[in-house]
Design a protein around this ligand. Structure first.
Ligand code: NDP
Ligand code: 2IT
Length: 447
């Protein structure tokens, strides 16, 4: 069979074995479409059925999460943890609490995570979890009871050498605190390295909160510099206004760019003077309110309902909300507005059709598994500090993050070059991530 036929047969089997899991199919397709040259160069991968093994999670856990709201009503949610691949280290990846979560979303995120984690060069395997629990409108006590019930099942699958969750959409420092408290109580172990994204008061690491957003902007900076440009003076649009978006906006501003728009799940904000990060933090981190409230503090800004954030003309776009938020129509609007670089802060925010639009228009494109790897890299640094009972300064931690992002950029760039696709960061990230995992799997034998 030719390499192309082998890949098609593997993809068909993935679709057949994982019915109805569109996001997972999409993530697998994207990787398989890139790695043919690496397979041709390494026949030993096909012989050991490395791709078939990589596409099958090592373990998938689905569980019931019962909890009681403030009125005493009982709710039942579904919990997930997909432990995809441990060739490079303990399973590592976030937890997402959002009503859209189902097995296909967790599997796609977990699959992406294993290549992303490989690219960081740190000893971490790939995993992801979450629940269809909707934290919106829930009191702090309800969120705490949910987290306690979730951990009451999940704890038996975790451990600093086994599986180490962190945050994702709907899971931040508050939720990690409740999850850690319950893990400690059940196990009677103060095992700091079992979760990352912890609060600074009890084993959390400097710069973890900022790391995904800062890291994505460091990647953007590297990509632009390689092309003889910089972020200085650029008009930038960032989608979302959560953890990744806020710190992406902060770092763009530090580097001289102007973020003129951002969004949340209800609408988008336009502030031509530059989005004020402190106002954003107050609304989103402290009060957990709607972005619409921004205009009360900054009356020259406007908030529009709906999903029009990508219609705001910009030179650089950094999607930081969710998967498939940029389809062909949004990509075309971005290109018409003069956008020359897209850097994925979120996981898989651009659909394959959107990526094609960018490629045809010559837009530089940084895929999430490279550009947003700063978050999990800082998590690995948190694990390192926990293991040595140490804690590093903000300045040193940010410098480490900056070096890691520079290395990831260099790796992707060099691999794309090596395979005759200069500037193709998608190919570079997929081939390099795949090779790193494949080599470790070969070394471990058939397990
Ligand atoms: P948050 O929950 O902190 O923020 C998510 C933001 O995106 C919010 O502004 C939210 O709106 C908006 N949003 C979420 N879902 C949707 C949707 N379906 N449609 C429109 N808007 C939506 O999550 P994070 O910032 O942590 O995560 C954002 C993205 O980054 C995700 O793709 C995640 O997987 C990825 N990521 C996160 C990392 C991390 O360390 N946290 C690391 C690497 C990637 P609202 O405010 O109204 O809720
Ligand atoms: O998508 C991601 O990389 C994350 N949500 C962060 C994972 C982590 O373990 O820090």
């Amino acid at each position: 069979m030719s390499t192309r036929d082998t890949i098609e047969a593997i993809y068909a089997a993935v679709v057949r074995r994982n019915p109805g899991e569109g996001e997972f199919h999409q993530a697998v397709r994207e990787v398989l479409d890139s790695i043919a040259p690496a397979l041709a160069a390494h026949p030993e991968y096909a012989e050991a059925k490395i791709i078939e093994r990589i596409c099958e999670p090592e373990r998938q856990i689905i569980f019931r999460v019962p909890w009681e709201d403030d009125r005493g009503e009982v709710h039942i949610n579904r919990g997930f943890r997909v432990e995809f691949n441990s060739a490079l280290g303990p399973y590592k990846g976030g937890l997402r609490f959002h009503p859209t979560v189902y097995l296909g979303i967790v599997k796609f995120l977990s699959f992406e995570q294993l290549f992303k984690n490989a690219l960081t060069g740190m000893p971490i395997g790939g995993g992801k979890g979450g629940s269809d629990f909707d934290p919106k409108g829930r009191s702090g006590r309800e969120v705490m009871r949910f987290c306690q019930s979730f951990m009451t099942e999940l704890y038996r699958h975790l451990g600093e050498y086994t599986d180490v969750p962190a945050g994702d959409i709907g899971v931040g420092t508050r939720e990690i605190g409740y999850l850690f408290g319950q893990y400690k109580r059940i196990t009677n172990r103060y095992e700091s390295g079992v979760l990352t994204g912890k609060g600074l008061a009890y084993g959390g690491a400097q710069v973890r909160k900022e790391a995904t957003g800062y890291g994505a902007v460091f990647f953007a900076d590297e990509m632009l510099r390689t092309a003889g440009e910089s972020l200085d003076g650029k008009r930038v649009v960032v989608s979302g206004s959560g953890n990744v978006a806020i710190y992406a906006i902060e770092k763009v501003t530090h580097l001289g760019g102007v973020v003129i728009a951002c969004s949340d799940s209800s609408g988008y904000l336009r502030d031509d003077k530059g989005v004020d990060v402190e106002t954003l933090k107050e609304i989103k981190e402290v009060r957990r309110a709607s972005l619409a409230e921004y205009v009360a503090a900054r009356p020259h800004a406007t908030y529009m309902p709906g999903r029009g954030v990508w219609e705001v003309p910009c030179q650089v776009a950094i999607p930081c909300a969710t998967e498939n938020e940029i389809d062909a129509a949004e990509a075309t609007a971005l290109v018409s507005g003069g956008c020359a670089a897209v850097v994925e802060g979120a996981n898989m925010p651009a659909t394959p059709a959107a990526v094609r639009v960018f490629a045809e228009a010559g837009v530089r494109f940084a895929p999430g598994k490279a550009a947003n790897a700063g978050g999990v890299a800082a998590s690995a640094l948190e694990m390192q500090q926990n293991a040595s009972r140490d804690s590093w300064s903000f300045t040193y931690s940010e410098q480490r993050l900056r070096e890691i992002m520079r290395d990831i950029h260099a790796r992707c760039y060099a691999t794309a070059d090596e395979y005759g696709m200069p500037g193709n960061y998608v190919a570079g990230a997929n081939i390099d991530g795949f090779r790193l995992v494949a080599e470790a799997m070969l070394a471990h034998g058939l397990v």
